[in-house]
Design a protein around this ligand. Structure first.
Ligand code: SAH
Length: 225
């Protein structure tokens, strides 16, 4: 009915408007890297959350993605990306693909993306989703705490799950000058950045955080404090 059409919601326009608002909020929260803000404006977060959560896709909150896992809040993803200083052509390792939202942000930033997910069903769903959206990234099902030695060294490594100590392999696979963004702690956690200078790793705290635990299979090599 022609008259009905005028009052119908246009979900695409609603999502666009919500996305704009989210970008404003990220700016208010101190995210200043324009490329990161632009990536948030271009990647449809609603395509990465379960259907029943779509109305909340552009709120600045973590959301469940199944198997007890969550997609981090937009602020956490934005800070991780800003501190990782992603530039086009950088080789970037992501540990914990989850729904693949941050994977898509990394690709939008022009990185060569390598992403590892431990849970097979999440890995498969993310692979299908990213393929459908035309996102270019190399994905692997496995334990990301061992890194991906074949493609190292990485200019940046971003870990989406927390351990008491960051896995040692990730420090080894960081390029000189490279940045490791990792949540550390069990109950009380902080998101840290380690920057490699030769064999030294300068440590900074980005913010307090609450991530799901990192699942580690084998013997745990642990890195510096
Ligand atoms: N940033 C993601 C969400 C990360 S949630 C997104 O945008 O959706 C953290 C993810 O890390 C979960 O999917 C969990 O299954 C995964 N994970 C936990 N331990 C892991 C490990 N050792 N290796 C790879 N992935 C792991």
């Amino acid at each position: 009915m022609a008259t009905g059409r005028l009052t119908e919601r246009d979900p695409a326009a609603d999502y666009r408007r919500d996305r704009r608002r989210l970008v404003e909020r990220l700016r208010d929260r101190g995210v200043s890297d324009l490329a990161v803000l632009h990536a948030f404006d271009s990647v449809p977060r609603h395509a990465f959350v379960p259907d029943v959560m779509r109305a909340r896709a552009y709120e600045d909150v973590p959301l469940p993605i199944g198997r007890g896992q969550t997609i981090s809040s937009p602020t956490i993803h934005a800070l991780s990306l800003e501190y990782a200083e992603i530039r086009p052509g950088h080789r970037v390792l992501e540990v914990g693909t989850g729904a693949g939202f941050q994977t898509a942000l990394l690709a939008a930033l022009g990185a060569a993306v390598y992403s590892i997910e431990r849970i097979a069903s999440l890995y498969e769903a993310a692979a299908r989703r990213l393929d459908r959206l035309g996102v270019d990234a190399r994905l692997m099902h496995g334990d990301g705490s061992r890194g991906w030695p074949k493609h190292a060294p990485f200019q940046a490594i971003i870990v989406g799950a927390a351990a008491a100590r960051p896995p040692e392999a990730l420090f080894r696979q960081l390029a000189d000058g490279g940045r490791l963004i990792v949540p550390v702690g069990t109950r009380r956690q902080e998101l840290r950045r380690y920057t490699r200078r030769g064999d030294d790793f300068a440590r900074e705290t980005i913010t307090g955080a609450r991530f799901v635990p990192l699942i580690q299979d084998g013997p745990r090599g642990e890195g510096p404090e």
